[in-house]
Unconditional design. Structure first.
Length: 335
């Protein structure tokens, strides 16, 4: 059953089309990833999904709600942590967690959430004094504090150290296991490969691939690579003549790098044995999501308001979505 439905989504900024006919569905209870180069249209797509931007064309439904016409109802089931987020500089961690808890009829207990995200010792710290990683963890907490059915996370672990990143990954996996649907925008391939059940790759405003991480890796032009120093000269042409070989490179030190599939490895070893050669410093590596991503995108798109600048909605999570009273000290005009 799909809980997010995006069909024919398009959005332009002046003459530039940031998103062009994007369509995908997210199943209830899965972690769905969105990958793509900077400026490819990922953030515009996400902002349309959560109702911060109005699409030019297309249909979007999140838990059955239209993000534009039914946004108040949507805020009750949706949490979001956006790429850029700000809070009043002098508000403390405790104050903002208590404030956001008051927005919801059935919020998550904020103290265990703060402890899980490593904020329990910073409860009296002011937002302006937090490190980048601590701010990021606080914004994640605000996205989760309303017990959402769907949570949107844009660049989830930016600024987090390796330990905090892995702990955050585990938290997201536990959310998925509890039935929460996660829409995750990321540039971090290890994060996508570990967390996501399925992935959409967006390039130049269009979805160019939609598959599981394993399925995308299987599409890579070379799914395995073998590199070695031959014990005696070996012509590149001999390797290229093997039907299982996709590519051959010779480095200046004589090292040969052969791309292909698992069958390529067997074919190269067979050739070496037949020639009576040994492979020194032999390495065999499998393709990764990075390889598949580079094959699919091939470069970086740079257009739209997200190419090198912050979004117009410098909010995050429930600051962007929750019905709430005005917060003393905020510099943002509320609509």
């Amino acid at each position: 059953m799909s809980i997010i439905e995006v069909s024919g989504l398009s959005k332009a900024y002046g003459p530039k089309r940031a998103v062009q006919d994007v369509s995908f569905e997210v199943r209830e209870g899965e972690i769905f990833g969105v990958l793509g180069p900077n400026g490819a249209g990922k953030t515009t797509t996400v902002e349309c999904v959560i109702g911060l931007r109005t699409p030019d064309t297309g249909r979007i439904r999140v838990a059955g709600f239209d993000p534009v016409t039914q946004r108040p109802a949507l805020t009750r089931v949706l949490g979001a942590q956006l790429q850029e987020g700000e809070l009043p500089p002098k508000i403390t961690v405790r104050e903002v967690l208590e404030l956001y808890t008051a927005f919801y009829p059935g919020p998550a207990p904020w103290r265990p959430l703060a402890e899980r995200l490593g904020l329990d010792k910073k409860l009296d710290g002011r937002f302006q004094k937090l490190s980048g990683g601590q701010k990021q963890r606080l914004l994640i907490a605000l996205a989760l504090i309303g017990n959402p059915r769907v949570v949107v996370l844009d660049e989830l672990t930016t600024g987090l150290d390796p330990r905090a990143r892995r702990e955050t990954w585990q938290l997201i996996e536990e959310l998925r296991d509890a039935g929460v649907t996660v829409l995750l925008v990321t540039h971090f391939m290890a994060e996508a490969q570990r967390l996501c059940d399925r992935l959409a790759v967006i390039d130049a405003g269009r979805v160019v691939a939609l598959d599981t991480p394993e399925g995308l890796v299987g599409r890579a032009s070379a799914t395995a690579e073998i590199s070695f120093l031959p014990s005696a000269p070996l012509e590149v042409a001999e390797l290229e003549a093997l039907p299982e070989v996709a590519s051959v490179q010779r480095k200046s030190n004589g090292r040969l790098i052969v791309g292909g599939t698992d069958e390529t490895v067997n074919a190269v070893i067979g050739l070496l044995v037949g020639r009576g050669l040994r492979a020194h410093q032999l390495r065999v590596t499998e393709a990764t999501l990075d390889d598949a991503y580079l094959d699919l995108t091939g470069g970086t798109a740079e257009f739209g308001p997200h190419a090198g600048e912050t979004t117009g909605a410098q909010q995050t999570g429930r600051d962007a979505l929750a019905p709430r009273p005005a917060v003393a000290g905020t510099h943002e005009k509320r609509s």
